[in-house]
Structure formats: C-alpha cells, structure tokens
Design a protein around this ligand. Structure first.
Ligand code: GFB
Length: 424
C-alpha cells in the first residue's frame, strides 16, 4: 500500500511538471536527460547553400554553448534537393553527407558533430524525439525583445499519423523512413542563444530538432567566436586539392608563391591583413540566374560587368581573369567576347568528376579559386560572395583586395561592401 501511494504521488507530480503551459514561461522538467543529447536542425527548403552555411554557424554556436553544461552532439543536416542544384546529368543530388563538402575534423575542433546517417545508426528506432518548428509571431512586433512561445502553427509542414501517433515530414529526404514522436510550433524572436534555457530545462528529449532554424539570428555577428566557427568550416581536402590543381596548372598560382599556406589545425592559424598576396589573376563572382531577376538593380549587364573587370585588371596589372558564375554558357560567351584582351577562365569539370563532386562541389571549387586571387570582385548581397570574402579574411588578404563588388550601370554611387574583418 505504501509503495502504491508513493507511486501515485510520483505520477501526479510528474504529470503536473510535464504539463505544458503555452505563452507563459515554460515549466521546468526535473527528469535528468540522458547524455549525450542530439541537436538536429533544418532550414527553409528554398534557401541556398551559403545561407545554410550561415545557419550552421548560428546553431553550432548554440550547440557549443549547450556543451558547457552537458554533452550535446550536433547532427549535420544532409544536403538534399537544393533549389540551385539543377544539373540533370549527375544522378541523385539528395542525402549528400557533409563530409562530401567539409572537413569534419575541422568542424569538430569547434563542436561535436555527426552525420545524420551515423545518428540513425545509433538510434534504436528511426525516430527523432521532438521537433520544434520555428516561426515568427503571427501578430508581428513593435518592440524588439528576446522571447519564445509554443504557439499554433502558422504553416502545416508536418502531419500526424493517428494510428502510429508519429509525425511525418520531409526530414532531409528521409521522410519515408524517419518520423518524430512530438511536434510543436514555436514562435521565436531573438538570437540562437534564446533557445538554450528551453533545451536545458524544459525538455529531456534525447534528440531535439529545430526546423526553420534560420528564424533565429547570430548571437554576436562578427565577434571572435563567430570567426572561430567560420574558421572551422574548412572545405574537404579533396575539393581543395582539385581547386589547387586548377590554380597551379591554369592560373600559375601556388600557396608558396601566393603566401596562402594553411596550417593543418585552423585553431593554430592566425594571419595579419596583407600576409597573403594571392595568385596572379583577378577573380569575379558573377551571380546570375534567379539572382539577376530577383535583384535586378544590383546585377549589371554582362557588358557593364566586363567593363568593370577590364578597368580593374589594368589597374592591378593582371592578365588572367577567373570567373565563378552560375551564368548560362551563352552569357559566359558574351562576357568572354567583351574581354578579348584578357585570358578568361571558368572551372568546368569532366562529367566523371562532376558526378562525384556534384553541383555543390563545383561551387565550392569556384569559391576556393576566388579566395586565392590577387583581387576579388563579388556580387552585391550574395551570400556566395560573402563566403569568399570570409575565406580571404582567414587567409590574410588585405581587405582592399576583397571587399569589392560589381555595380549596376545605373548605380552611380556604387557603394562597396561592408568590411567584415576577421577577429581572433
Ligand atoms: O549560395 P547561395 O545561397 O548564394 O545560392 P546567394 C546560390 C547557389 O547558386 C549556390 C549556385 O549555392 C550555387 O549552387 N551558384 C551561384 C554558383 N553562384 C555560383 C558560381 O559562381 N559558381 C557555381 N558553381 N555555382 C540567394 C539564395 O543566393 O539568392 C536564395 O540563397 C535566393 O535562396 C536568392 O535564391 C535570390 O546568396 O547568391
């Protein structure tokens, strides 16, 4: 009888503690969470590769901060069906692991990470315990304040299977195999760090996924921790090797001559502006495709772009131009035709290599080559160009050779990009 009464008290107490009260501040869950815990996340399906890299940084900083109190592993969201990866001759561009693009040893020097496949292998069932779908506040806001609240969903991206009581959704293209036990929408205003108290004290779930993670902002944009996680995002050795070969054979560019040697361990690498000289070529990121339509005012005509490139090559006394672009072959030919006095290069892999590295790998190679040029010009507000700028800061270029952009013919002021310089 005594045991029964004790059990009854325990059950009443536990259910009271676990009862969730939306809108008011959350109740504290007293159960001890089993370690390690797993933090998963995903991003708005329409976002491109380089914005996704930025969201990784926000969530990696959150995961690192969680690790101060208890062990958490950040599960890397596989790359599946990105809007801009349009090549049809490469087979599937789904479920691509992070190791295809990034060096996981380098990532792990900042925070513990694992691939999603590894996570599935160690979870007994193919189930994520809890999914929180981040969203804004329906009523909007007139005063900025950091807050989170469980709220009714503004969209319905997941559905409940009544029979199994499991939630189904996209799950990076694993939707047929993976489900979630619990799903809620969470309105949030603030920085990624605002989620920490909730994850620490309001849930003991072993695996928690934050969907639409781009909703939260950087805790501190541009500080030394921001740069630490950015420095940890080294591209895979294989992609760097292909890009370095292209630099050497086509552009007479080697790390020794260009003063762009890398330490194996990024935590040991510290450069001053001007340490790097770069290869004897000018690089441009000429963003076209959807960007040229959505941001018409920022993207110059091909002819006007060529004019700006010529002018800068003459000023820098450079003869070779490397073009990273998502332009069509017709647009590229037009550019080439307008740059007759110069040698113009574009990285075009064989089909065999492209099948291996995919559209994502080609884009990374383009970025790595741009990162090593003596002078770089990007496209305004393109995250693809921003990531090249960061890379050049890490390598130690003079900011004057990095924070430059093409201007539209009607843009008379042609204001140059903000200089987000590296902090150690
Ligand atoms: O990277 P990203 O977010 O940059 O998206 P933006 C652009 C994608 O287009 C890249 C391809 O990830 C590549 O797949 N791409 C762009 C390129 N430029 C190049 C290039 O020079 N070389 C190669 N190989 N590929 C935003 C998107 O793009 O543009 C938004 O994030 C939206 O979703 C907006 O589409 C209009 O910041 O430039």
């Amino acid at each position: 009888i005594i045991l029964f009464v004790l059990k009854l008290i325990e059950l009443t107490y536990a259910s009271e503690l676990n009862d969730f009260e939306p809108a008011s501040k959350f109740k504290i869950v007293i159960d001890q969470a089993k370690a390690p815990r797993y933090l998963l996340y995903d991003v708005n399906p329409g976002e491109g590769f380089n914005l996704r890299r930025d969201v990784y940084m926000r969530i990696a900083i959150l995961a690192r901060s969680l690790n101060v109190d208890s062990p958490w592993i950040l599960v890397l969201p596989p790359w599946s069906r990105l809007y801009h990866w349009k090549s049809r001759d490469l087979g599937s561009q789904e479920r691509i692991p992070w190791s295809s693009f990034f060096d996981l040893h380098s990532l792990r020097r900042f925070v513990p990470v694992m691939e999603f496949d590894e996570f599935l292998k160690i979870s007994q069932e193919q189930i994520i315990d809890e999914v929180y779908y981040l969203q804004h506040y329906e009523e909007g806001w007139d005063k900025w304040e950091e807050k989170i609240d469980i709220r009714p969903c503004l969209q319905k991206p997941y559905h409940l299977d009544v029979k199994s009581k499991l939630w189904h959704g996209w799950f990076y293209g694993y939707g047929d195999e993976v489900a979630a036990r619990k799903f809620e929408c969470m309105s949030v205003m603030g920085h990624a760090g605002v989620l920490k108290p909730f994850l620490m004290t309001n849930t003991t779930a072993r695996s928690v996924m934050l969907d639409r993670a781009e909703t939260v902002l950087h805790d501190r944009f541009g500080d030394s921790e921001f740069w630490e996680v950015r420095r940890s995002m080294r591209f895979s050795k294989e992609l760097r090797r292909i890009a370095d070969d292209f630099r050497m054979f086509q552009l007479d560019s080697t790390d020794e001559q260009d003063m762009t040697m890398l330490e194996d361990d990024w935590t040991q690498m510290k450069r001053k502006p001007g340490d790097a000289i770069g290869g004897p070529y000018l690089a441009v990121h000429l963003r076209r495709a959807d960007f040229a339509k959505v941001r018409e005012k920022d993207v110059p005509s091909i002819k006007h772009a060529a004019k700006q490139l010529k002018k800068m090559c003459k000023k820098m006394d450079l003869q070779k131009i490397f073009v990273a672009t998502d332009a069509t072959s017709e647009e590229f030919a037009e550019l080439n035709g307008n740059l007759k006095d110069f040698s113009v290069y574009r990285y075009e892999p064989t089909l065999e290599i492209k099948k291996k590295i995919k559209d994502g790998g080609v884009a990374i190679i383009d970025q790595w080559i741009c990162a090593h040029a003596r002078y770089f010009i990007g496209t305004r507000e393109s995250t693809f160009s921003f990531r090249i700028q960061d890379e050049r800061e890490i390598l130690g270029f003079n900011p004057g050779t990095t924070f430059n952009r093409l201007c539209h013919e009607k843009d008379k002021t042609c204001e140059q990009p903000t200089r987000w310089t590296i902090k150690y």
